[in-house]
Design a protein around this ligand. Structure first.
Ligand code: SAM
Length: 185
């Protein structure tokens, strides 16, 4: 289903990467959640946003892009906020999200800064795409920093209490599920 939608709207989530099977698996239990809220950083022509609109027919979908042109793209339900995902103020008024996806700059420093901003707003699942875009070393930078940040976090001494599940898929995509029992930062 997602493979078809990604191809239909031409997002590189399927035309270049092969992320549909991973997303099917990650999103299956969230698909029917009432009032689901999804945030995607990185809109460009709105291709993935259109796929999410179809996959989650009830969801509230918000895109964030640093390029102001993205805010004038017309969607059925989604809206786009102009802002830099590495800056905390971009997300200030946006509330909490069940699913957050970072498909923005793909630079490890930006990915880490973005994660710091969005993780406290993530209820269930946070995905960082293309974590090896600029080379494998980036992945280690990103994951080390995330791990250390979770360790420093006030709520617990151990990251595995906060994150019930984290995986790097095919060396390209990091998925982190929040442990529902651990509360939030
Ligand atoms: C790979 S494209 C997004 C593609 C889209 N998600 C899709 O699947 O069709 C990356 C987008 O991220 C935006 N971007 C890059 N750095 C950003 C940042 N720091 N904050 C917000 N958006 C950013 C770019 O302007 C560009 O539109």
């Amino acid at each position: 289903m997602l493979a078809e939608l990604f191809r239909q709207f031409g997002t590189d989530k399927e035309t270049w990467h092969r992320y549909s099977h991973v997303y099917e698996w990650l999103l299956a239990d969230l698909r029917d959640k009432p009032d689901l809220r999804l945030l995607e950083v990185g809109v460009r022509e709105g291709r993935s946003i259109r796929a999410w609109e179809k996959y989650f027919p009830q969801a509230e979908i918000v895109g964030v892009d640093v390029d102001p042109a993205c805010a004038s793209i017309e969607f059925k339900r989604a809206r786009v906020v102009t802002g830099d995902s590495t800056k905390p103020e971009t997300f200030e008024m946006l509330g909490m999200f069940d699913v957050v996806i970072d498909d923005g700059s793909h630079n490890a420093r930006d990915q880490f800064a973005t994660w710091r901003n969005v993780w406290p707003r993530t209820r269930s699942l946070c995905v960082i795409e293309d974590v090896a875009f600029h080379g494998r070393k980036d992945q280690f930078f990103l994951m080390d920093n995330i791990y250390n940040e979770l360790k420093r976090s006030a709520e617990t001494a151990h990251p595995n209490r906060i994150v019930s599940h984290w995986t790097i898929f095919a060396g390209e995509l990091v998925a982190m599920k929040r442990n529902p029992d651990a509360g939030g930062r």
